[in-house]
Design a protein around this ligand. Structure first.
Ligand SMILES: C[S@@+](CC[C@H](N)C(=O)[O-])C[C@H]1O[C@@H](n2cnc3c(N)ncnc32)[C@H](O)[C@@H]1O
Length: 441
């Protein structure tokens, strides 16, 4: 691989005798991996990633049933160590500040088991939409997807989280093998400019962490300026201390000698492509001084539906679900969603998704949302229709299906090999297509 000018020289200087092995790793193929979705009880026989509870080596196609049904999330193996270190506890309030496209968000959600609140934020509007769609596909229901910059969020959410992940925008050196285009941006000064932005992000992040709260900082670069030097700066300037990370075999300590020599930096983690089957990553776990509870602040009140809305939703729920639907609800214009506990009222912040999107009020009817198909188990639905391989393909093209026995007008869950992948509308023996246009192939 043709590495950028100055890159090889820098790492020869830093790594000494180890540099040959490091540089040789760039000529080997990138490692691929995926995580199975514990919320769907998904499993895989593929070899396990040793440092990742739900992680496996291998590739899953974007057109596969496992992907479409939200049973897997493709994620490079080293990146999976970030979620392992973060490991939020169900019921916590967690922020994933730089979240798109959602690899870490879906991993955090796997730990949280739909309990507590997970705010997944992304600064870039287009990427935030991709994040929102991945949150939907994975079936997370305790998540708020926002599109904001860290400063605006911090102004509204002081000390609001138990745990925050900053998977920082970085020089991406660890992804050169997987995504050679990333090399085009690299110059010897690039890590220094990335570090400036990371310091700004961390300064805002700490404001949102409760006293005693945990901050996980990660990058996919080898650059000490963005890794150990960033953590050294944060411990000196932001009232954070390093919490040592327990490292499975193959994962290396951070390098204090590449920063201010503080031995606590040994407690950070480096994933090197010449030492394990994965790409380059850095992870640090930090704790904010003090001990305190989260500041909840103003919260969104559950929506009160008008009489027509209540009637239309009740009719839909009564004919679709086995159990009465009792979760607190929120209404955004005409879109109805569940309201995660103590959802903060975020005035002036663009919110793309709150909890589980249930559907939209149209004139005289309630149109259910695709999110229900990947978030709810088949057992929740009154009517489940298993499709053939041919029908699975046809439906994703936008075609209708024939089921003469289904005469009742009803929303049904469509499954293929037992995995829910879409909703359909049964009318007079036909299942009308409700597969979102944006997902059709
Ligand atoms: C490494 S990527 C995140 C990957 C994601 N956590 C995942 O696992 O799928 C970093 C993200 O930070 C966002 N970003 C860029 N500049 C930012 C800034 N100034 N503040 C916050 N986020 C920023 C990028 O748009 C990008 O989506």
């Amino acid at each position: 691989m043709n590495l950028p000018e100055g890159f090889e020289e820098k790492y020869r200087r830093l790594l000494g005798a180890e540099a040959d092995a490091f540089l040789a790793s760039f000529d080997r193929p990138a490692a691929s991996g995926f995580r199975v979705n514990p919320l769907h009880h998904a499993e895989s026989d593929a070899p396990s990633v040793p440092w990742s509870q739900w992680g496996h080596y291998g590739k899953v196609a974007g057109t596969s049933l496992a992907h479409i049904a939200g049973d897997v999330y493709s994620q490079e193996p080293s990146a999976q160590f970030v979620g392992t270190v973060a490991a939020p506890v169900p019921g916590e309030r967690v922020l994933d500040l730089c979240a798109a496209p959602g690899g870490k968000t879906t991993h955090l959600g796997s730990f949280m088991q739909q309990q507590g609140l997970l705010v997944a934020n992304e600064i870039n509007a287009g990427r935030a939409r991709v994040l929102s769609s991945n949150v939907e596909r994975f079936g997370l229901t305790n998540t708020l997807v926002t599109n904001s910059d860290p400063a605006h969020l911090a102004a509204r959410l002081p000390e609001a989280f138990d745990r925050i992940l900053v998977d920082a925008p970085c020089s991406g050196e660890g992804m050169f093998r997987k995504d050679p285009d990333a090399m085009a941006y690299w110059t010897p000064d690039y890590p220094v400019s990335c570090a400036e932005r990371q310091r700004e992000i961390l300064t805002e992040t700490v404001k949102m962490l409760r006293p005693g709260g945990v901050l996980i900082y990660s990058t996919c670069t080898f650059a000490p300026e963005e890794d150990e030097q960033m953590i050294a700066w944060a411990t000196v300037n932001l009232g954070l201390t390093v919490v040592p990370i327990t490292k499975p075999d193959g994962i290396a300590n951070g390098r204090p000698e590449w920063a201010n020599g503080d031995p606590a930096l040994l407690g950070t983690a480096r994933l090197w492509p010449h030492q394990l089957a994965g790409e380059g990553h850095f992870v640090a776990k930090l704790q904010k001084a003090g001990d305190g509870v989260v500041q909840v602040g103003a919260v969104v009140a559950p929506a009160k539906l008008n009489r027509t809305q209540q009637h239309d939703f009740d009719e839909f729920a009564k004919t679709t679900f086995k159990q009465p639907f009792t979760a607190p609800l929120t209404l955004n214009r005409d879109t109805l969603a569940t309201l995660p506990p103590q959802t903060p009222a975020l005035v002036g912040i663009h919110i793309l998704r709150t909890g589980l999107t249930l559907g939209t009020f149209k004139k005289g009817r309630f149109e259910p949302a695709h999110a229900l198909a990947t978030a709810l188990a088949p057992e929740a639905f009154q009517s489940v229709v298993e499709v053939s391989e041919e029908e699975f393909a046809k439906y994703r093209h936008g075609e209708t299906l024939s089921r003469p026995a289904l005469t009742k007008k009803q929303t049904v869950l469509l499954t293929y090999q037992g995995h829910g992948f879409a909703l359909g509308k049964a009318v007079n023996g036909t299942i009308k297509n409700a597969y979102p246009k944006g997902l059709r192939i």
